[in-house]
Design a protein around this ligand. Structure first.
Ligand code: SF4
Ligand SMILES: [Zn+2]
Length: 316
């Protein structure tokens, strides 16, 4: 067994049980306003699809909770997507994001025979975002770009460029491979959206914001249209093990503010803070809501804004 396979097995053994996932029903969807480069605001529908688990087993990942055991059954994604789109009754936002908690270009996750029908279902949308590890960006990506009516965007995790931390994520992500995928996408007129971690394991807590900013800079320099800063969450077993060994300190709401304040509006890329779980980040209960609301405004406006003042915690 290879070293990676041993590491995968070790990380998986620490996981709590996952909920039962129905492969015929998307496990969520949401319509949100999002900022795009050049100041445009668009509405985007995100569909959370259920399918095969990603093979990479990153140490910080909790997306496996929303996956099934074994490969995605043929036709399942089409049924899931149709269910969400039917409920919209023709009120199409500009963008659809197909997030399958895995890699869209992995045939185990997205059966190749389903791609044509998925592309047809996405025809009403001006833009389509799918997610993929950069290692699976290639010929299938270019083929999908040809098949869909709208413009393709690939969302990929760069996570951290901290050399020690990056080597310990179990992501098998080579920075040169990331850069090569970014170049291929750019040359092929495909947009790139990048996920960057705040609080990546093995980045010293005192340097956490600094390395997040460096990683955003790297993604922006490789032409990312959007860079999303994602605070690392615990709860997958492996993060608790790393925390107990001193290698992970959960990021705070204040650090997320520091990171976004240092990045938003600085680049051609739109830089946003992922706020889906922000209410759970360590921070003052009195001003948390106002601080999350400020981040939401910066996500959309990309303009600096004074920090929230709070008598309870002494913030800003
Ligand atoms: S590549 Fe993405 S989905 Fe796969 S294990 Fe890593 S973080 Fe999770
Ligand atoms: Zn406060």
């Amino acid at each position: 067994m290879s070293v990676s396979a041993v590491e995968d097995r070790r990380i998986r053994a620490l996981r709590p049980p996952k909920p039962r996932i129905d492969p015929n029903v998307a496990h969520g969807s949401i319509v949100e306003e999002e900022r795009r480069p050049h100041g445009r605001i668009e509405r985007a529908l995100t569909v959370f699809l259920a399918g095969a688990e990603c093979p990479f087993t990153c140490s910080f990942c909790d997306l496996w909770r929303y996956t099934i055991d074994g490969p995605t059954p043929e036709g399942a994604l089409v049924r899931q997507l149709r269910g969400v789109l039917d409920a919209l009754e023709g009120a199409w936002p500009e963008r659809i994001k197909l997030y399958n908690a895995s890699n869209f270009f992995d045939p185990r996750a997205v059966p190749p025979g389903d791609v044509e029908e998925i592309a047809a279902l996405c025809a009403p949308f001006a833009a389509v975002t799918v997610e993929s590890h950069v290692n699976t960006v290639g010929a299938r990506t270019l083929e999908l770009a040809r098949r869909i009516t709208g413009r393709l965007e690939v969302a990929a995790g760069l996570e951290t460029i901290h050399p020690v931390a990056a080597s310990k994520l179990n992501k098998r992500l080579d920075l040169a491979r990331f850069d090569e995928a970014a170049r291929l996408l750019g040359e092929s007129d495909i947009d790139l959206r990048v996920f960057v971690l705040l609080g990546a394991p093995y980045v010293p807590a005192a340097e956490s914001v600094e390395w997040t900013v460096h990683t955003v800079e790297h993604a922006a320099a490789r032409g990312a249209a959007v860079v999303s800063i994602i605070p690392v969450r615990g709860g997958n077993g492996e993060m608790e093990r790393i925390a107990a060994a001193g290698g992970f300190t959960p990021p705070t709401l204040g650090q997320l503010e520091d990171a976004l304040d240092r990045c938003a509006g600085r680049f051609a890329s739109v830089v946003t803070a992922d706020l889906w779980d922000a209410e759970r980040l360590p921070g003052c209960v009195e001003c948390r809501g106002a601080r999350v609301a400020r981040l939401a405004r910066i996500n959309l406006g990309q303009r600096a804004e004074a920090r929230v003042e709070c008598a309870a915690c002494g913030g800003a």
